[in-house]
Design a protein around this ligand. Structure first.
Ligand code: ATP
Ligand code: MG
Length: 485
């Protein structure tokens, strides 16, 4: 038998030692004779006193450890456990309307030219119902944004929005491709800029292909498989591509139903004679196995030379996840670079200018600050492009004094492939809104009944200053947080 090591066991009398055999004055005898004070003794339930011999083994009185605490039936019915995926669906649910919010009478719907019209700067405009459905299909709304507080989704038209929409329109008119990275601090509205670009594209009958979260492609959370006959090996992500095809189909139904195929696609299992609507082609994949060939066929049709195709918008949110080595592994257990994943490579090629869109359009990617891996090459490349634009090498304003940042010679973590992609992109830096735009936002919140305060110069200046110079997400926190549902 092992020697006792706890205090109670050490002071417990060994076999044969009874309380009566101890000297009366002994503290142990006193304690054993009257273990509780009179008050506590009445409150505690009486325990069975073990008599006749020493207690067996190591006994600790007091609080008992109960291993079967949560036994079925004991704690009552705990209700239905959520089905697989139910929690995620709840976390990602998007509510676009709040029936308790007051309808704002002066709110007008966005038209095809509204986002490019400088007269609309600092105006709040609503998204038409059809565009809402298209944006929802492409997952452009995010659960972190405040859509669920207002009667209908509306956006602030900012100076940057007008600038971006004009760049998009110019590119489409000249059949060029706008290659733009939207960058900026946390909660400044980068994802909202992409949403506005998508709204502009839908309103002007472009084809929109949107990757809502690039991290879903590169963090090894969706299936992948090598594409045969590719050197170096590329990987397809069939399940994700099938989901993307369905989203493309739903978001661009009207446009795709009017475009007809120009070539038969013998590589597909279904027969696709020429002059089939692209909508049928996009819906040809019913299983993940067929998704990548169908996506390739759809892409080749959308970018067919000589055919009269609408402009294309390729957009993505969370660019940093695309500009790094992915979490996938090759059969040799080497990490796979994100640009070796076929869908990511297509986007990166289009962003880098290697892949032209014959009928023009735009490739727009937004960085994110809330959930982004460290990508020194991307940060450096974006800083360089911005500095060049400011210096007058590639941009409108020239101050001459700006230094273009260079690589740190003592740091080895740079990625040449990333820098090659970002060598000639345009960078749109989104900052906080100005006071006029802040006022428009606050007036809209007050008119919707979500902000219970008088919107005057003082209130606007206060919220503008509190939010780090008009950062829209911070303004929402400062003004609407208490009302958040
Ligand atoms: P992150 O760095 O976390 O990705 P972000 O820059 O993408 O942030 P958004 O999600 O686009 O930020 O916007 C933050 C909040 O600001 C959102 O709740 C959004 O509703 C609000 N907001 C930003 N821009 C606008 C706008 N133009 N009109 C209305 N609300 C806006
Ligand atoms: Mg974002």
């Amino acid at each position: 038998m092992s020697a006792p090591s706890c205090l109670r066991c050490l002071v417990r009398p060994s076999a044969g030692v009874t309380v009566s055999s101890l000297p009366r004055s002994s503290p142990l005898a006193v304690a054993r004779a009257a273990p509780f004070s009179t008050t506590t003794a009445n409150l505690r339930p009486k325990k069975e006193v073990q008599t006749g011999g020493a207690p067996k083994g190591h006994v600790r009185s007091g609080k008992m450890l109960q291993l079967g605490k949560f036994k079925k039936g004991k704690a009552g019915d705990r209700g239905r456990t959520p089905a697989p995926g139910e929690r995620k669906a709840y976390r990602k649910r998007i509510t676009l309307s709040n029936d308790n919010a007051i309808p704002v009478p002066w709110l007008t719907d966005l038209g095809p030219a509204d986002l490019a019209n400088p007269a609309n700067t600092a105006r709040i405009m609503a998204l038409p119902t059809e565009v809402q459905d298209q944006l929802r299909a492409s997952e452009a709304f995010k659960p972190t944004q405040c859509w669920g507080m207002f009667r209908k989704p509306a956006v602030l038209v900012r100076k940057e929005t007008i600038d971006m929409a004009n760049r998009m329109q110019n590119a489409a008119d000249k059949r060029h491709t706008l290659r733009l990275v939207v960058s900026g601090d946390k909660l400044t509205g980068k994802s909202l800029m992409v949403l506005q670009a998508m709204a502009h594209a839908h309103l002007n009958n472009w084809v929109v292909i949107h990757i809502p979260e690039v991290q879903e492609l590169t963090t090894a959370c969706t299936e992948y498989a090598p594409i045969p006959n590719t050197d170096p090996v590329q990987y397809m992500q069939p399940v994700y591509v099938l989901k993307l095809l369905q989203a493309i189909r739903r978001a661009n139904e009207g446009v795709l139903s009017k475009i007809l195929t120009v070539s038969a696609h013998p590589e597909l299992s279904q027969s696709m004679p020429p002059n089939t609507p692209l909508l049928a082609l996009a819906g040809a994949a019913k299983e993940p196995d067929a998704a990548w060939p169908v996506f390739q066929a759809l892409w080749s049709e959308l970018t067919a030379q000589g055919a009269n195709r609408p402009p294309i918008l390729l957009s993505a949110d969370g660019l940093a996840h695309m500009m790094k080595v992915s979490d996938y592994r090759s059969p040799a257990f080497d990490l796979i670079h994100s640009h070796d994943l076929a869908l990511v490579r297509l986007f990166a090629d289009a962003l880098g200018g290697g892949l032209r869109l014959p009928s023009g359009g735009a490739v727009i990617a937004a960085t994110t600050r809330s959930n982004a891996p460290r990508t020194p090459s991307m940060e450096l490349a974006l800083a360089q492009r911005e500095a060049e634009a400011n210096k007058g090498l590639g941009g409108p304003s020239s101050s001459g004094a700006v230094e273009v940042p260079q690589r740190d010679p003592f740091f080895r973590g740079y990625d040449d492939r990333v820098e090659a992609v970002l060598r000639s992109v345009q960078v749109l830096r989104v900052r906080g809104v100005d006071k006029l735009e802040a006022r428009a936002l606050m007036e809209y919140w007050a008119a919707s009944g979500m902000l219970r305060a008088t919107v005057d110069e003082k209130a606007v200046t206060e919220k503008w200053a509190l939010s780090g110079g008009g950062v829209p997400g911070e303004m929402e926190r400062a003004a609407l947080l208490t009302a958040r549902i």
